[in-house]
Write a protein that binds this ligand. Structure first.
Ligand SMILES: NC(=O)CC[C@H](N)C(=O)O
Length: 487
């Protein structure tokens, strides 16, 4: 039994485990081997956005007569067409392979879901339920012909950033003969789904063992291939020592669109060792570029809940870290550090940073109020975060366009003991580099790797939740009084 996993530009072969089924890596160099496979798994990623399929690869996939399972991006390329024109006044249509009679258009979802099989397939009988998660920008599915049947229905709560009043069932997969597609990542990692596949392919015990053995090797290789993205090629990507220190930071911004995702990705590209990258709040799409270069899987711990939104509670997160062997933990904040703080308790990035008790860097971009304005704004954030008892490691001014000016604010920072780091402006105006509308992981990661960024990442002590009775309003009042005293 030979099960291929496609590892090409923009694909995420380590995002999930695919039931530990893959026994062979298929890339640009051995596409001729596709025809000899029993099954081809096409992972998620930005395969459409990265324009990764060349004519030869297309031909091999279309002519392949074994099973094909496409997940998310892998599903999209099996369809007829994909409109990736999010926030574009006109649709931006990319042709798919047409193996499934499906059309895709923008629909954002990052929920963890229960998904139910709508029809019998090698994944199991109709009515079988599995778990997994969505992580897409273009996930609206229209089936255009009866030949193709809905495969999975997902129960979702949040679509296009909006909480639904009640849980909604959306079509999340399609099947036509031996071609299968689903948006649900991790679906094959459900033990019973994996077993159904092996049963339906009539794989005996002996062969199952062989598959597992081969899969271990495949996983190792896939992971090592990711090193091409690490600037720091000490090649130490697995930390085997038990008790050792974890270093970590949280990037909290003064507002959205400050380039947090780009910085998170760039920082991860410089690190050596085992890295956990997580997002405060539910929008796990932001950490996918970092996972792309780290070749780490998306985990429940990839999203830290902010109020009731997201995947795992702060306490669960800290527990997980306590028993982990990570060298680094990089956490990307959400919107501005204080956005939502007066709304409900623990509704802001700053409050989550406090609960985690991790050091923080404040990120402020210079493109709105200039280097001067960004510095002033960050200082205000700095002092209020301090007021809240949060450790602030420093200020990162992003998109610095003039280093003479920057040096002046840096010096002023030095005089008061505040570390100010300047990151040069990177030209990122075109689609494919803007996470919010379209992102090509390969291009985005290449740019991130080239970024010169040197940060002190301090040791963190993983304790229990750092909870206090005071709420944000109290801190804000106290801090405001101090400002009043200046006048
Ligand atoms: N996770 C994925 O495979 C994402 C697919 C595609 N890039 C989208 O955002 O819709």
């Amino acid at each position: 039994m030979e099960i291929g996993i496609l590892d090409i530009k923009g694909s995420l072969p380590c995002f999930e485990y695919f039931g530990n089924l893959p026994t062979k890596i298929i890339d640009e160099n051995n596409i001729k081997d596709i025809k000899d496979l029993d099954m081809l798994i096409i992972p998620g990623g930005s395969i459409v956005e990265s324009k990764s399929l060349n004519e030869n690869l297309k031909k091999e996939i279309v002519n392949f007569d074994g099973y094909i399972i496409g997940i998310c991006s892998g599903f999209q390329i099996l369809s007829e067409k994909i409109d990736i024109g999010r926030k574009s006044p006109v649709p931006i249509i990319r042709e798919g392979l047409g193996l499934l009679n499906v059309e895709f258009s923008p629909l954002i979802c990052t929920d963890r879901v229960k998904a139910t099989l709508e029809t019998d397939s090698i994944l199991g009988k109709k009515g079988t339920v599995g778990e997994g998660f969505h992580c897409h920008t273009y996930g609206n599915i229209k089936i255009t012909d009866k030949k193709t049947k809905p495969l999975t229905i997902s129960e979702v709560k949040k679509l296009n950033y909006k909480m639904q009043k009640t849980c909604k069932n959306i079509i999340s997969g399609a099947v036509c003969g031996k071609v299968i597609g689903t948006m649900v990542h991790g679906f094959l990692d459900n033990e019973h789904i994996r077993n159904n596949i092996l049963d339906n392919l009539k794989v005996d015990e002996e062969e199952r063992k062989k598959i597992l053995e081969k899969n271990k090797e495949v996983m190792k290789k896939l992971k090592l291939r990711g090193l091409k993205f690490r600037n720091n090629t000490n090649k130490n990507i697995t930390n085997t020592e038990n008790k050792k220190e974890i270093r970590g930071i949280i990037l909290l911004a003064t507002g959205s669109e400050s380039g947090k995702t780009f910085l998170t990705t760039a920082i991860c590209s410089k690190l050596d060792g085992k890295v956990l990258v997580s997002k405060i709040g539910p929008d796990v799409r932001d950490i996918v570029p970092a996972l792309y270069l780290l070749r780490e899987p998306m985990l429940k711990y990839s999203s830290i809940k902010i109020s009731d939104r997201g995947w795992c509670e702060v306490s669960e997160y800290l527990n997980y870290l306590k028993n982990s062997n990570y060298d680094y933990v990089i956490i990307e904040g959400v919107m501005g550090a204080f956005t939502g703080a007066l709304n409900k308790k623990n509704y802001s990035g700053a409050e989550i940073a406090k609960l985690l008790n991790f050091p923080v860097y404040i990120v402020s971009a210079c493109n709105k109020s200039g280097i001067e304005g960004a510095f002033v704004e960050s200082l205000a954030y700095y002092s209020l975060l301090k007021e809240m008892g949060i450790k602030v490691e420093g200020i990162i001014l992003n998109r610095v366009y003039n280093f003479n000016v920057f040096e002046k604010v840096k010096k002023i920072g030095e005089e008061i003991g505040v570390k100010v780091i300047g990151i040069r402006k990177v030209e990122m105006e075109r689609r494919g580099l803007i996470p919010e509308v379209e992102i090509d992981y390969e291009e985005f990661c290449k740019l991130a790797m080239e970024l010169d960024i040197q940060l002190e990442i301090p040791k963190v002590e993983i304790k229990g939740i750092n909870e206090e009775n005071k709420n944000f309003e109290d801190y804000l009042k106290e801090w405001s009084k101090k400002i009043k005293n200046i006048t």
